[in-house]
Every structure is written in C-alpha cells, then in structure tokens.
Design a protein around this ligand. Structure first.
Ligand SMILES: Cc1ncc(COP(=O)(O)O)c(C=O)c1O
Length: 454
C-alpha cells in the first residue's frame, strides 16, 4: 500500500453545521456580567455592538448550528483545508511519533481567521449593518474581516496594535487592498486612544486597547457593529469546521490522535481543532490530551488568574470569567502579535479549570527555532503564532522518542508566515530577544482586577 501524506476531502464534505461544545459541558460557563451593574448580561445589552444571530449563537446551548449556504459557498474557496502527515519532520526528529497537521494557511488571508470573519460579515450584512469595526494584532484577523467585508459589501475599519502596525506593514497593505481602513492603535480617533497617547505618545498598544477603541466607535454609530476575532463563544463555534474536517481526515489515515495541540492567543484555532474531538470524549469516547501552547511572555493560562475581568483595557466590554493577566497589563512586544492578549476564551479557561486540557508556554527563540525546523522539513513557513504549536509538537515527539512511544500527534498549523519575514530575519540574525513581562507590572494589573461579590 502506498503511504499517503496528504488527506484531502472534496467540498461536499465541508461541514453543514458548527459544533457547539456548550451542549456537552459537564458544568455550565459562568455568566458574562454587565460592566457597570455587574448583573448577568442579557441579549439586549449586546445589541449595540452585535447583531441578533451572533448574540443568539453566543448564548446558545444547541449542539449543532447550521452554517448558512452563502457562508458555506465562500468556505469553498479554500475548505476543506488539507490534513498532512509531517513525514519529513518525523524523519528529521527520528521519532516514533506520528505527526499530522491541519493546515489553515490555505485561506485567502493565510490563517484560520476567515472561518469566523465570513459568517460574522454575512450575519451583519443580512441585518442591514453598513460598517464593521474591529481590532487586530498581527493583522491576520483584520485582513480576514477586510476580505469577508468586501465580499458582502460592508465597509471595514481596523484598529491595528501599534507594535504590529510598525512590524508588519504588508499586513496593513493587504487590509487596504481588500478595501479596509487601517489605523494604528492607540489612535487619536477615539477618546480612549487619545487618553493613552496623552500619557505615553510612544505606547506600543495592545489588543485590549484596540478592542476598547473599536467598541467605542461601534457604540457611537447606529449603522456600525463590532466584530471580534477570538475569545467569544460564537467565534470559537465558527472555528469548529477545523476539527470536524480533521475528524473525517483522521478516519482516512486509519489512526486516532492521542495528543492535539494548538497555539492560544484568545483560543479560537485551538478550540476550532479540539472541541469536536473533546465533544466526542464528553459524550463517552476515549480521553485524549489537548495542549494549549502560549508565549512565555504572555502566559495567560499558565500564569494568569481565573477571575472576572474586562475583555478590553478601557473596561467597557462585559466582564467575563477567564484566565487573565489583568486588562491593564501591557504584554511585551513579541513577534507573535496574535498571541499578545491579556485574557483567554472563557470556554477554554473553563475547560482548563476542569482539568480537561493542558497548557504549556514557550519563548520566542524556541518557537522560531521550531518554525525553522518545520520550514526546512515540511516546506511551509509557519506564522510566528503557529510556531508555538510546532514547538510543543516537537517536544512531545522528542518525549515519545525517549519513551519509545508512537503517539499520534495532531496540531493546528493556524497560518503561514509570509508576512512575517522581518521576524524570521531578526531570528536568523540572532537579534530576537526573549522578552519577558515585568513581574511587578503583572502583580499591579492583577491587583486591579474588578471585585465581583460571589
Ligand atoms: C496565525 C495565527 N494563529 C493564531 C492566532 C491566535 O488567535 P487564536 O488564539 O484566536 O487562534 C492568530 C491571531 O491573530 C493568528 O494570526
């Protein structure tokens, strides 16, 4: 029998529904709270920023949620995404482990982000919204929403975190090519941005600040809604096309994954890959290991506190219970800008608290080293964010070698790094520093967490 390397599904196998893990959770998520009254949020509280269908999905306990036909039609541009056995990487590592990766870099913008950008744009268009406003770190989400928005005739404005805006000029060019407007955050366009710039005109920005700016704009204009690229339940839900396809593709391999790995910024690609597998487990199938790989410089799950906190820095978003480094914490300016967020998806945090998933952290240099090994063996140049998942997979494969185990490892390769060449250049030149957060800043941010009476 010939050894297969690529496991490809035809477009009829794009899932017809998204998988909602809320239906299978052993205990429910803590409710979102209103930022001022601190009472559980109701649908009406979110109407200024989100459309009806998105709000419905955010609270839904229904297991399978239908993917609208126009969204599935757009998915056909790149889905089903390939599942590939990393045979050259296995040889290079001389490991008995079997390594597979689900490659999301085949999408138009080069990552998993359009899986949610397309439905969000579609629901807003359907609801008569004219403009979407959002934040972006590395620019992957901004580019994805820009692409999806122009497909459905929506204007898109993006607040891009200043440090990434400066590091990744071509991502901004891509957003503008798709017709979006991109502004460095903190900006002088919002009250909150101006206040930050007044205290520090060189502020590097953060996702928390950019979210505050985007939400401020959304609530000030009735024709504008906000779109978020990670963290919230509806975004994680949309990403479950990744894991559902991967289940069908793993069936083609004749193997079952023992260990599933994804990098985590807000948690959406990780959730997208693992939730459908974890759902099988929650409904009685065998247990597996699920590992969230995060940056040592922004170690939300491994070092953060599980507490109610704001999703943004200004404190205007709802309060959510999650692992957080504190919404006033500014993580150091690492190259994996998409992982530079103070919080984690409440759903991912909840699973971590229940001991159903694990988390590990990695430094920039070890991640770029892993990315280079991957590029040299598999040919694909990974996004700096995805390098965290690769670093984790390599260390698991090395452990398998030491222990003589042939575990099956499946990782989400969330995007390619073609717009991140300056980071790879810095790494090759030995100029990449392993930035670490300032402990006293973290302590200060954590001590300022909002008080919620239990
Ligand atoms: C390629 C890539 N992977 C991962 C992430 C992290 O986001 P999430 O944790 O929501 O998947 C990002 C965020 O921008 C990204 O661009």
């Amino acid at each position: 029998m010939t050894k297969m390397t690529r496991f490809i599904l035809d477009e009829s196998k794009i899932p017809h529904t998204w998988y909602n893990i809320a239906a299978d959770l052993p205990s429910p998520l803590a409710p979102m709270l209103h930022p001022i009254s601190k009472r559980p949020i109701e649908a009406a509280d979110l109407r200024e920023i989100f459309t009806e269908e998105i709000i419905r999905q955010e609270f839904s306990l229904e297991r399978d949620i239908e993917i609208p036909t126009p969204v599935r039609d757009v998915y056909k541009l790149w889905r089903p995404a390939p599942l590939i056995r990393a045979r050259s990487l296995e040889r290079l590592l001389d490991t008995p482990a079997h390594i597979y990766y689900k490659y999301e870099g085949v999408s138009p913008s080069g990552s998993h982000k359009p899986n949610s950008a397309v439905p969000q744009a579609w629901y807003n268009k359907n609801a008569g919204v004219r403009r979407l406003v959002t934040e972006t770190g590395a620019g992957q989400w901004g580019a994805s929403l820009a692409f999806a928005g122009q497909l459905f005739g929506l204007d898109v404005s993006v607040f891009q975190v200043r440090v990434s805006f400066d590091q990744k000029p071509y991502r901004r060019a891509l957003m503008e090519t798709y017709g979006a407007r991109c502004v460095a955050s903190p900006s002088s366009e919002t009250k909150f941005g101006r206040a930050i710039l007044e205290s520090d005109s060189n502020h590097p920005g953060s996702l928390g600040i950019a979210i505050s700016e985007a939400v401020e704009v959304a609530v000030s204009d009735k024709d504008t809604r906000y779109a978020l690229g990670s963290v919230m339940n509806h975004v994680l839900l949309h990403q479950t096309v990744i894991g559902q396809e991967a289940i069908a593709q793993m069936d083609m391999t004749g193997e079952e994954p023992d260990i599933l790995i994804g990098c985590t910024g807000g948690g959406s690609n990780f959730a997208g890959l693992i939730f459908p597998f974890l759902g099988q487990q929650l409904r009685g199938r065998r247990a597996r290991r699920y590992i969230a790989a995060e940056p040592a410089a922004c170690p939300t799950l491994t070092r953060g506190r599980y507490a109610y906190d704001f999703g943004d820095t200004a404190g205007i978003t709802p309060l959510v219970k999650m692992h957080t480094l504190g919404s006033s914490f500014t993580p150091p300016g690492l190259h994996a800008g998409g992982l530079r967020y103070h919080g984690m998806a409440p759903m991912v945090s909840h699973l971590y608290e229940m001991g159903l998933i694990e988390a590990k952290s990695y430094t920039q240099n070890e991640c770029f080293a892993a990315g280079q090994i991957f590029a040299c063996s598999e040919g694909i140049l990974p996004a700096p964010e995805s390098n965290h998942a690769i670093a984790c997979a390599i260390s698991e494969a090395q452990r398998c070698k030491q222990e003589g185990r042939s575990d099956v490892i499946l990782l989400c390769l969330s995007g390619h790094g073609h717009f991140d060449m300056s980071a790879y250049q810095s790494y090759a030149a030995g100029k990449l520093t392993d930035q670490s957060y300032v402990g006293s800043d973290l302590e200060k941010a954590l001590s300022g967490l909002p008080f919620i009476a239990s």
